[in-house]
Design a binder for this molecule. Structure first.
Ligand SMILES: Nc1ncnc2c1ncn2[C@@H]1O[C@H](COP(=O)(O)OP(=O)(O)OP(=O)(O)O)[C@@H](O)[C@H]1O
Ligand SMILES: [Mg+2]
Length: 383
């Protein structure tokens, strides 16, 4: 994923993936901090609200020459995994996939050391390359595979960095406590790797890393991530427009940035659309924002319908009520319940808990709102 992709991209406001330095705004300080921690042999927990740029920051850090030239890096996203076996499956697969573009010897040794996964290894006669076709059912003894993966990492000729994205997922495994303790022990004894644990469920991450009763307690440095500073983003946005012979008014960037409190994903979604709506040689002005917003919400119509269909009726009522209010305070109060014709305080409480857990609602400073700004608008348009 290097700059050779440059010419293929016709919209410089990239959403949903990390492409290269060129399309990545700022995070200079955070990248340096992360590099410094790693160089000092520290493990890091990276914790922030969703869609602010944790995964991007890790990939960007891995992409720096100081890291790339000296470490083997592995980015392992365990989002949606439900068991330790699945965790091991994703990790093993992730290592193999990410080795494809690297040192052949290192890759071949993977097959030799991680013997418990050998059913998944085969050899592509046409390309003369090893291939890895593993399914979850092939991970029959995850504890053994875990040992082998660590053995492999320890025997690498360069130090490794392993980033687990959405690490809080482990807390939901049936044997989560045991897995946490096991990983902690293995990681503690691992001399050849540094670990980054990223997660967005703040309470779960905090519990894992800051609670004295938990295995990971005091074993990592904790790093938060706040929105990209407005001035940096403004400069970035204006540069991107001008690189394509377009321009954007400062008040557009300011308004979009503030609409979403600077949360990267939403801001980039809007700027991507605004960029597309602006012709070459033209200026993007404030009056285009509303139209762009409608387009962005519309483009997710199918996804939002699907999401809405999966929400149980009682939760849906509460969700609609919160969306209507925008920012909803004291949602278990009689006034809120009456105004929105809800059932009872206790049923609102149960529904809210589930919606928070699913990241559909969020709570900030005592008020609730729909987490996804576009979903919120979509609900108001459709209900
Ligand atoms: N520094 C940046 N420059 C440009 N775009 C960015 C930057 N950081 C994040 N983004 C944009 O925001 C999106 C979300 O970022 P990212 O996936 O890194 O967030 P996250 O914190 O990992 O979110 P989640 O908790 O949902 O996994 C990215 O796909 C990208 O479009
Ligand atoms: Mg992420």
């Amino acid at each position: 994923m290097k700059s050779e992709h440059k010419l293929l991209i016709d919209n410089p406001f990239v959403v949903g993936k990390y492409v290269s330095k060129e399309y990545f705004c700022d995070r200079v300080e955070e990248t340096n901090t992360l590099i410094k921690h790693i160089e000092n042999g520290r493990n890091v927990a990276l914790i922030s609200q969703r869609r602010i740029g944790k995964s991007g920051l890790i990939e960007h850090t891995f992409n720096q020459s100081a890291i790339e030239s000296r470490y083997y890096t592995f980015f392992i996203d365990i989002y949606g995994t439900r068991s330790f076996a699945e965790f091991i499956y994703i990790w093993g697969k992730g290592i193999f996939e990410q080795l494809k573009t690297r040192d052949v010897k290192f890759r071949e040794r993977f097959a030799q050391i991680v013997r418990s996964l050998k059913v998944g290894f085969s050899f592509d006669v046409a390309t003369a390359l090893p291939t890895f076709d593993l399914s979850l059912g092939d991970v029959s003894s995850p504890d053994i595979t875990l040992d082998e993966i660590f053995e492999y990492i320890d025997s690498a000729d360069k130090p490794c960095i392993v980033a687990f994205d959405e690490f809080q997922q482990i807390a939901n495994y049936p044997d989560g406590e045991r897995v946490e303790a096991l990983l902690r022990t293995k990681i503690q004894h691992c001399k050849n790797a540094q670990f980054i644990f990223a997660g967005s469920k703040r309470h779960l991450m905090a519990k894992m890393f800051m609670s004295a009763a938990k295995p990971f307690y005091q074993s990592v440095l904790t790093m938060g991530l706040t929105p990209i500073p407005y001035q940096s983003y403004l400069k970035f946005a204006q540069e991107k427009f001008s690189n394509y012979d377009k321009s954007v008014s400062e008040d557009v960037v300011e308004k979009v940035y503030n609409m979403f409190d600077g949360t990267s994903w939403y801001v980039q979604m809007m700027m991507n659309e605004l960029f597309a709506l602006t012709s070459k040689g033209e200026n993007c002005s404030v009056d285009m924002i509303e139209y762009a917003f409608v387009n962005v919400v519309d483009s997710q119509d199918m996804a939002f319908r699907g999401l809405m269909d999966r929400i149980p009726a009682k939760q849906k009522q509460v969700l609609l009520a919160v969306a209507k209010d925008g920012e909803a305070k004291s949602i278990t109060s009689g006034a809120f319940i009456k105004r929105h014709r809800l059932l009872s305080a206790s049923s609102v409480q149960v529904a809210t808990k589930a919606l928070l857990n699913e990241d559909i609602l969020t709570q900030e400073n005592g008020a609730y709102r729909v987490y996804d700004y576009f979903f919120s608008a979509w609900i108001r348009n459709n209900f």
